[in-house]
Design a protein around this ligand. Sequence first.
Ligand SMILES: Cc1cc2nc3c(=O)[nH]c(=O)nc-3n(C[C@H](O)[C@H](O)[C@H](O)COP(=O)(O)OP(=O)(O)OC[C@H]3O[C@@H](n4cnc5c(N)ncnc54)[C@H](O)[C@@H]3O)c2cc1C
Length: 527
Amino acid sequence: MVDVAIIGSGIAGLSAALEAKAKGKSVVVVSKNYPTQSQSSMAQGGINASLDPNDSVQAHIQDTLRSSQGLASKEVVEFVCNEAPQAIAWLDSLGTPFSRKEDKIALRRLGGAKAPRACYAQDYTGLKILHTLYDNCLKEGVEFLHERFLLNVIVEDNVAKGVTLLDIRTSQVEQLLAKAVVLATGGFGKIYGAFSTNGFGSYGEGLAAAMRAGAKLSDLEFVQFHPTALAKSAILISEAARGAGAKLIDSSGKRFCNELATRDELSRAIWQKLESGEKVFLDMRELGEEFIARELPQERKLAIIYEGIDPVKEPVPIRPAAHYSMGGIDVDIDGKSSIKALFACGECANAKLHGANRLGGNSLLETVVLGRRTGGAAAEIENEVAQKEYERTKIDRNFIKAVFGLPNQIDFMDRQEFLSKLLYNNVGIIREERAMKGVLSVIRQHQRELAFMGIRDKSPLYNTELVHFLEYGNIIELAEAMVVVAIQRNESRGAHFRKDYPEQNDAFKAHSIVWKEDGVLCADFKG
Ligand SMILES: Cc1cc2nc3c(=O)[nH]c(=O)nc-3n(C[C@H](O)[C@H](O)[C@H](O)COP(=O)(O)OP(=O)(O)OC[C@H]3O[C@@H](n4cnc5c(N)ncnc54)[C@H](O)[C@@H]3O)c2cc1C
C-alpha cells in the first residue's frame, strides 16, 4: 500500500509526484510505457508565463478567458496564470534547459496570445521538461511501475482504494492499493487514429476507467484540431513556426487567413479550403535557414523525414488534425473528482482552464501548475484502505482470462481504423446532427460486436495485441460519451462547430456532463 498512486508519467503525473513526495508521502508512478515515452515529450512550442516586460498576468488571464468562449473557470484561470512565472522558476531551478536570450529565458509568441509568452527549449520543450522531472523524481525516491496498464479504479462506497493493473510483461492482473489515486493518463486525441497529432498512448483510458468507476466527465465535445499537421502523417508542425512569421497559403500561393488567430478558427478556414479541393501549405521560407536551424530544428527534420520536403526551400503541405482534449474527468481546482480520494490532473482532467478552446502553451502550464497542486491535495488524504483482495481485482482477473478465450471473428484493428475516419469526418472540425447520429449507431454496433472480437496472439508474455484490444474497448466506451454530448450541444462554440447550429447560443453556456449509472450512460448540462 502506498500513500499516493499516480497513473501516468507525463509532465502532469511527474509534477504531482514531486509535490506529494515533498510532503513526505510514499509515491508510486504507474505507466503503460516509460516516462520518457509519454506524449508530453512531443510538446514543441512552449509553456506560457507572462515574463516579457510588455506582457502581464492580466493579459494572460484575458487571452485565456477570451479563447475559452465563456466556459473557463475564472478562479482556475487566475490561479494558473498567476502561478505561471513561479512554475517556470521551479522548472528552471530543477534544471530544465530553457532557450535563453541575453541571459533571460527566451519567449516566443503563439496563436491567440497578445504578447510573446511561451518559454521554450528550441522545439523540444516537452521532452526537456519531462527528462528534467524524471531525473528529479528518481533523485527524490519516487517509485516507478513501468509497463503496467490501468484497468480500473477500485472504489467502495464512492471512495477510491487503489487501482487494478495489467502487468504487460506477464498479462497478470495486480492490485495497487493507495490512500489517494491520481489519474494523469493524458488526453484522448488518438481516438482519431491517423488523423491525430497524438502519440499511441492517448486513447483516454483514464477517462474511461474513471467513468466506469462512477466519476463524472465534462466537456468531452471540445476536441481541439491543430491547424498545421503534416498532410501525409498528421505529425505536428508547431505554432512556433507561425508565431515566428510562417504563412499559410493555398494552392495558388495566396494567404487566406490571419496566421495567429485561434486554432479553431484556423482549422475551419483550412478545412474549408481542403473541402473545396485546394491544398494548403505552411510557408516557412522567409524565416531563413539559420533561424530554422536555431529555433525550429525538429520541425525541419520532421518535414524532411515524413513529408519529403525541406521547409527552408519549399512550402510544406498541411492539414488540421485532432490534437487536444479540452474536456476530461470533471475536477475542481485541487484535482478532486466526484469520487472521494480520486484525483485527476493534466490533459485527462477538466479543471476548466481552457473552456471551449485551449491556447497554445497553456497545456504544459496546466500540467505543471495544477499537477503540483493536485499532488499536494492528494498527499493530504487520510483514507482507510483494507488490505484485502477487492472484488474489482477478481472481476478484472476473470475478464483478462476471458479475453484470451474470445472468438476473434471480427478484427478489432479494422474496426478501430474505420471508426477513427468516421470520427474525423463527422465529429471533427465541422459537425452536424444527422452525421453524428450515424457515427453513434456505428459505435454502439462496435460495442455489441466486442464479444465477437478478441486476440490472435495467446501468449501471456508482452502481449501487445491484448493491450491494443483493451485500448480499443476504452475507445468505444469514451467515443460514445463524446458523440452523445456533441449531438446534444446544439450550438457552435470554440472547437465545437455545428453546421446546423452555426451560432453561439447562451442557453448552452454550460458544461456538458456524462457519467454512468449501473453501466448506463447519462448526460446533462450544468452551469
Ligand atoms: C505534438 C504535440 C505538441 C504539443 N505541443 C505543446 C506545446 O508546445 N505547449 C503546450 O502547452 N502543449 C502542447 N501539447 C499538449 C501537451 O503536450 C499535452 O497536453 C501534455 O503534455 C499532456 O501531459 P499529461 O501529463 O497530462 O499526459 P501525457 O504526457 O499524455 O502522459 C500520459 C501518461 O499516462 C500513461 N497512460 C495512459 N493510459 C494509460 C493506461 N491505461 N495505463 C497506464 N498508463 C497510462 C501514458 O503512458 C503516459 O505516461 C502538445 C501535444 C502534442 C501531441
